[in-house]
Design a protein around this ligand. Structure first.
Ligand code: GUN
Ligand code: FE
Length: 449
């Protein structure tokens, strides 16, 4: 029986809910009643037939309930655990080189331009709008080394109502594009300034992340300083790890005394239960065990892994090691900013592993749906607030119409909710995403901030 307390209900919806729990990759609730309170939190999830009773307990008007249409469902908003907002301008291009050359030839020159706040404003506004329309309710962003532009990204996410982790990138080593780096002292001081100023804005949904780019672009001293900053201020941490074999080799040369790539981050206190590391394609089982021990998470970025020919992450093995895992688009190494694309590439990658070894247990679409939602919230340590539909969590949700007029999906006959979800994941796009809610606030259709 729901607990009334003094909650004011601001929104009630009746229809099909699909979401994940730790026990069930896909849970379908048909004819459910979901209420959201004025703080944007889920106040109740009950059966539709309880409408009269609920309306009395919570004091809302039963005729004001939003009835979902046939072919519609609510699902949790998707969580992009790794996206470079600063690389959005060239997404869909420049995919003809492996990682290290790609960084030097395309990425660093573009990121250098974010000294210009006008350019930053253009790119960051577009990426926030696009990802929201694509159903990304939470994004974990890399910005650039520029503090003011990184603060602007936080402001833009807040203005459009997206939940976001934002990182000012740290790098005190760059032998190729020599002007795109900081001194160790600058990197440390600017990280402090970024954190302090972002927190002082009191944006309710935006948090700073300590962001060493990756081991090859940081000295060990800087890594250790950043680990200390994160620890002393209980902050999130993000970086890259073991994406490409040439990179792994370079790390061995640059850090000859360390046991493994994972070991370097661990020694610098950069592996915590608030850490998310992108890729991890080439991690050993021992390294995965260290992730498990420290509570650090991985972000699986399958489009990028394929597009830059980096490797294929064995997600099944990561899950067997009980390492927290979410999905990431990794724009612009990944060419699509859509989490639906990440879902499809994750399924394809798993099938490639099964082609190579028929004993490999292919991921199911239900499992990948969970990675895109609940898994992402766990990877970002935000699962107390978001990731699925639970009383007390924030209402972060997509209203999906699988048969949206003018949309990409033709339904020949009525289908059950599980089939509707599978069709949306494989065939759908933003034309099927009728509304997006973050913390109870409708953010799509987009509002002009
Ligand atoms: N490793 C270090 N920086 C980057 C980046 O910007 N993108 C990707 N995919 N990998 C990286
Ligand atoms: Fe990345």
């Amino acid at each position: 029986t729901p607990n009334k307390s003094s909650t004011v209900i601001s929104f009630v919806c009746r229809g099909t809910l699909v979401h994940s729990t730790p026990e069930e990759a896909l849970q379908v609730l048909e004819d459910a009643l979901l209420g959201v309170n004025s703080d944007g939190k889920i106040a109740f999830i009950e059966r539709g037939e309880e409408l009269q009773k609920l309306s009395q307990i919570f004091g809302f008007d039963p005729s004001a309930v939003t009835q979902l249409e046939q072919h519609e469902f609510l699902m949790p908003g998707m969580i992009d655990t790794h996206i470079h907002a600063s690389q959005y301008s060239y997404s869909g291009t420049a995919l003809d080189m492996p990682l290290l050359q790609w960084l030097n030839n395309y990425t660093f020159p573009v990121e250098s331009r974010f000294k210009d706040l006008e350019f930053a404003n253009k790119v960051y506004t577009q990426v926030v709008k696009r990802t929201l329309r694509n159903g990304t309710t939470t994004a974990c962003y890399f910005a650039t080394i520029h503090t003011d532009a990184s603060l602007l990204l936080g402001q833009i996410a807040n203005d459009f109502g997206q939940r976001a982790l934002v990182g000012k990138v740290c790098m005190d080593r760059n032998d190729f594009v020599k002007h795109y780096k900081e001194t160790s002292q600058e990197s440390q001081d600017e990280t402090y300034r970024f954190i302090k100023e972002l927190l002082s804005k009191k944006y309710p949904l935006v948090k700073p992340v300590v962001t060493p780019r990756f081991a090859p672009s940081c000295t060990e001293a800087l890594l250790a300083q950043l680990g200390a900053i994160a620890k002393n201020n209980n902050l999130h941490i993000q970086s890259h790890i073991s994406e490409n074999l040439e990179e792994v080799e370079l790390v061995k040369q640059l850090f000859p005394k360390s046991g493994s790539y994972t070991d370097i981050y661990n020694k610098c206190n950069l592996l915590t239960d608030k850490t998310v590391m992108a890729h991890g394609c080439h991690l050993s089982d021992e390294e995965l065990a260290l992730f498990r021990e420290t509570g650090a998470a991985l972000s699986h970025c399958p489009n990028s892994n394929i597009s830059l020919c980096s490797g294929v992450l064995d997600v099944r093995n990561v899950l067997n090691h009980k390492v927290k895992l979410g999905l990431g688009t990794d724009v612009a190494g990944g060419y699509s900013s859509s989490m639906l694309d990440a879902v499809r590439r994750a399924l394809d990658s798993s099938k490639v592993l099964t082609i190579q070894d028929p004993k490999h247990k292919t991921l199911t679409f239900e499992e990948v749906f969970r990675l895109a939602t609940l898994g992402g919230s766990q990877a970002l340590s935000l699962d107390e607030q978001t990731g699925n539909f639970e009383v007390g969590k924030d209402f972060d949700a997509l209203r999906v119409n699988v048969a949206a007029p003018g949309g990409p999906i033709d339904l020949i006959e009525d289908e059950n909710p599980k089939v509707l979800l599978e069709k949306f994941l494989n065939l759908g796009d933003d034309r099927n995403i009728m509304e997006v809610f973050v913390a109870g606030r409708k953010v799509v259709p987009l509002k002009k901030p």
